[in-house]
Design a protein around this ligand. Structure first.
Ligand code: ATP
Length: 240
């Protein structure tokens, strides 16, 4: 079997004495969109934060088959992993363009021309951001802010983008629009690990899914199969 882009093995995360993520095994292959769904408090954000090096963890994390000796944000970014946090964390009083340029900060040594070129590529993915390049981030709509948060992460040219609940607070139509863009990222060479509470929307765009319940993987499989799984329908998809 070829090496996964990202692989977690027996991955555990604790807050003090309380273990919030228990022995998770997960992989994302190149070109895949993989989603982690689950109820409130299941440990989705904790899992993603620890996989990015924002929280200490136990177990193994491998990138391209190589175990990471120390998982730090710097090491993960250097190895081509990006994170779009749940709170988006944009600079509201700065225009769209400057927010994007800050996302490419770790690559400044490549020079301003490289940054401008990358920004144009990001604008090609998000034409709406190009139209609003001079607008302050705080004045963007919710969907546009989410697109800017994703665009900013793309500035560092990640091979794997980890997204924490991009649908949060967005109207259903906008959720669909944002997730369509997320699923199109693979055409730009970016694989995705998508954490979502909106199980239906996530399963519609993902290739594979893991269901996290009380910190552990309760179920996993092809997203198209889970969409028709009786347990998933009853627990996560409601009537809709
Ligand atoms: P949501 O969808 O509501 O964001 P989630 O699946 O992302 O939920 P987490 O936020 O990862 O879940 O929380 C997992 C568990 O860890 C919860 O029981 C939560 O209370 C706990 N937890 C989260 N952050 C902390 C923290 N900083 N200190 C202690 N416990 C925490």
């Amino acid at each position: 079997m070829s090496s996964a882009l990202l692989q977690l093995e027996g991955f555990c995360v604790s807050y003090g004495p309380v273990e919030a993520v228990h022995h998770v095994d997960l992989r994302v292959d190149a070109g895949e969109i993989v989603t982690v769904i689950g109820p409130n408090g299941a440990g989705k954000t904790t899992l993603l934060s620890a996989a990015m090096g924002l929280l200490p963890s136990r177990g193994r994390l491998l990138l391209g088959g190589e175990p990471m000796a120390r998982i730090s944000v710097e090491a993960m970014v250097a190895r081509g992993v990006g994170l779009v946090p749940e709170k988006r964390e944009l600079f509201g009083e700065m225009p769209v363009e400057d927010n994007l340029l800050l996302g490419g900060f770790s690559r400044w040594w490549r020079g301003e021309r490289d940054q401008r070129k990358r920004m144009d590529e990001v604008f090609a993915i998000f034409p709406r951001l190009a139209e609003r390049r001079a607008q302050l981030a705080s004045t963007l709509s919710g969907g546009e802010r989410q697109m800017l948060a994703i665009g900013r992460a793309l500035m560092a040219r990640p091979r794997l983008l980890m997204l924490d609940e991009p649908s949060l607070g967005l109207a259903p139509l906008i959720v669909r629009e944002v997730l369509q863009v997320v699923s199109s990222l693979r055409q730009h060479g970016v694989s995705v690990l998508l954490v979502e509470q909106n199980a239906r929307a996530a399963l519609q765009v993902a290739d594979r899914a893991y269901v996290l319940e009380m910190g552990a993987v309760a179920l996993q499989g092809a997203a198209s199969e889970l969409l028709h799984d009786r347990r998933i329908i009853d627990t996560y998809l409601g009537l809709g």
